[in-house]
Design a protein around this ligand. Structure first.
Ligand SMILES: [Zn+2]
Length: 624
């Protein structure tokens, strides 16, 4: 299933510290390693105890996520470090100065990872439309903090919490803070290096975010002043821990740029004050951390409320993609522009997946494969998604994160035909996907196969891909059997009228959300085979005939898990035709193949198909 373990380890090791720091930056809405490093420094400057707790939490969560082999897109988004650090904060707020509590914070941080995985992979957050922000640390942290305060007699730090003796009656008029607290409040951030480090950390990530930060601080202080006077304006636990994150979450991260987002943020700050005050009282009574809970609840409820007023929607609202929910305004703005954030992000990170597979591949095997190719005259290729991932087209495995934002059940053929809503969802996904297809170029693997065609050695390519990259590499259309159809043409399901995909693409771009046939108003669908849609019989027949006629079958970039393609190797094996498999993962046919090469299709196929014909013809390949 996974690539060579050595490679995975090396590849991930390089990014460990990066993902670790990005996580801490993400906790403060600036998912950038430099921001994370500055925030970490600021946390240590604020207090070595809290700094240590956070460091341990980040380390434990990131390590666990790496060990659980979570996708690098998730890791690089800082998702796990984010939740780990937040969990550590929660424990720290219970006076976590002892070694035991520090270790407990780390353990708790590690535990947020399986919970996050459960929320993501179980699609809970998608179904409920909730972000994967903070929810895991709440699920893990609250029961534990409750147990600690009730059974171990631990109590929240004064100064970061509402004082437990405070009652709602004392809100207006009566003395709100004790002198000690007033001193603590007054001494906190003004002019301290802590604040400076934070400001620089935000500025490094985005100046726009810095502007949001200042707006949020002013709004928080204003609302604190309005309700509680000057002490409220400088209250650390309200302004910094509750109001500011609420504002940043709503204004900067979830609703993007513009004045409307400032309005959402402002409403969120007022709501968070009420929650902080009344919920904070209750939490303090229970001995639970008031550090994070009010801001999480106010953000979540505001998000749910925003969803109820579709007319007022900002151009950019959460789409249940975890990345996106820990992403900052720069990503948000870009994504809101072209609405392809999941894929776009995938494409950006896909480039980093490029590896030199040669160092993991036995050169003798490669030489034997080349010899097989040299001797054959009617080669049939069977290709799948793995051959196009290097062109930036995600398959279901490497693109899992991108796919997660979609409810793929909606895309089943019977649903597509039956429901306008499913068609809308389908086209929304398909438009994003087409942008990726459109930008993709043939890679070394496509070029290598096209090279064999030029030598007259290619019988046919049977492909499960819908991207047309074999044709774009120069292979004639009639040699390519597209068993799953293609995405570059669209047909009317009623009258059969065919449309160029570019045309439909422009319709959608200009506001048509579900396109219909301009001739008969029938349902339009791309000519790729959808889940649950019958295969194209004619193409299956052609594939079968090609394999029967082959003198070598090369399977590249597919794990042969989908019928009818999965049974084609059997046809070749029964006819005594040698089968060569080039794939990242194991397949069920590995044991029966003449030769199996594990690795990237691009690197391997370009070596195997690069035939030095003059020399090969001159020497007798006695060794093979
Ligand atoms: Zn029609």
């Amino acid at each position: 299933m996974a690539p060579a373990p050595d490679t995975v380890r090396r590849e991930r090791g390089e990014d460990f510290y990066r993902s670790f720091l990005v996580g801490y930056g993400a906790l403060f809405f600036a998912p950038h390693p430099v921001s994370g490093a500055l925030f970490l420094l600021a946390t240590f400057a604020a207090g070595p105890v809290v700094g240590t707790a956070v460091l341990l939490g980040l380390f434990a969560a990131t390590t666990t996520a790496h060990l659980m082999r979570r996708s690098r897109v998730e890791l690089e988004s800082g998702l796990y470090g984010f939740n780990g650090a937040l969990a550590a904060f929660a424990v720290f707020s219970l006076q976590g100065e002892t070694v035991e509590l520090q270790l407990l914070a780390a353990g708790l941080a590690a535990l947020t990872v399986p919970v996050t995985v459960w929320l993501l992979d179980g699609r809970w957050t998608t179904r409920l439309g909730l972000p994967v922000l903070s929810v895991p640390s709440l699920i893990v942290g609250l029961p534990l903090c409750y147990a600690l305060t009730h059974y171990q007699g631990l109590h929240p730090w004064p100064g970061t919490m509402l004082p437990p003796y405070l009652t709602a009656n004392s809100l207006f008029g009566a003395e709100y803070y004790s002198d000690t607290m007033r001193d603590a409040v007054a001494s906190f951030p003004g002019g301290s290096p802590v604040l400076l480090l934070f400001l620089v950390g935000f500025g490094v990530y985005s100046r726009k975010l810095l502007a949001h930060l200042v707006t949020g601080l002013l709004l928080g202080a204003g609302v604190g002043y309005a309700f509680l006077g000057w002490v409220g304006a400088f209250d650390f636990s309200f302004v910094i821990v509750t109001a500011l994150p609420t504002y940043l979450a709503l204004a900067a991260t979830f609703t993007g740029a513009g004045w409307r987002s400032v309005l959402y943020g402002a409403v969120g700050v007022v709501a968070s004050f009420l929650l902080w005050f009344f919920l904070g009282l209750w939490l303090a009574d229970q001995g639970l951390p008031t550090l994070t809970v009010p801001f999480v609840i106010s953000t979540l409820s505001a998000l749910l409320l925003l969803r109820l007023v579709p007319a007022e929607r900002a151009p950019f609202l959460p789409r249940q993609l975890p990345l996106h929910q820990v992403g900052g305004p720069q990503l948000a703005e870009r994504w809101s522009k072209d609405r392809q954030f999941g894929w776009r992000y995938w494409q950006e990170t896909a480039g980093k997946l490029d590896l030199d597979w040669r160092e993991y591949t036995d050169p003798q095997k490669v030489a034997r494969a080349r010899e097989l190719v040299r001797r054959s005259q009617r080669i049939v290729f069977l290709t799948g998604a793995g051959i196009s991932t290097e062109s930036g087209i995600p398959d279901y495995r490497t693109g899992a994160v991108a796919w997660k934002q979609y409810d793929t059940k909606q895309f089943r053929f019977e649903r597509f035909v039956a429901s306008e809503d499913s068609r809308r969802a389908y086209w929304e996904m398909s438009q994003d996907f087409f942008l990726v297809l459109r930008a993709a170029l043939p890679n070394a693997a496509h070029d290598a196969i096209a090279g064999l065609d030029a030598l007259g050695k290619l019988e046919a390519i049977i492909t499960q891909n819908v991207d047309r990259l074999h044709q774009r590499a120069g292979v004639a259309d009639e040699r390519v059997i597209e068993i799953h159809g293609n995405e570059h043409t669209v047909s009317c399901l009623r009258c059969g009228q065919s449309y160029d995909r570019e045309e439909i693409y422009r319709w959608i771009l200009h506001g048509v959300d579900v396109p219909y046939c301009s001739r008969c108003q029938g349902i339009l669908k791309p000519d790729s085979v959808a889940f649950g849609q019958p295969m194209i019989d004619e193409e299956c027949e052609r594939a079968l005939a090609a394999v029967r006629n082959a003198d070598l079958l090369i399977i590249a970039g597919t794990s042969l898990e989908v019928q009818p393609v999965a049974s084609l190797p059997v046809v070749a094996l029964r006819a005594g035709t040698p089968v060569l498999i080039v794939n990242l993962q194991a397949t069920d046919y590995d044991a029966f193949a003449e030769l199996v090469l594990r690795g990237s299709c691009g690197a391997l196929l370009s070596e195997i198909c690069q035939l030095d014909t003059s020399r090969a013809n001159a020497s007798d390949p006695a060794g093979s």
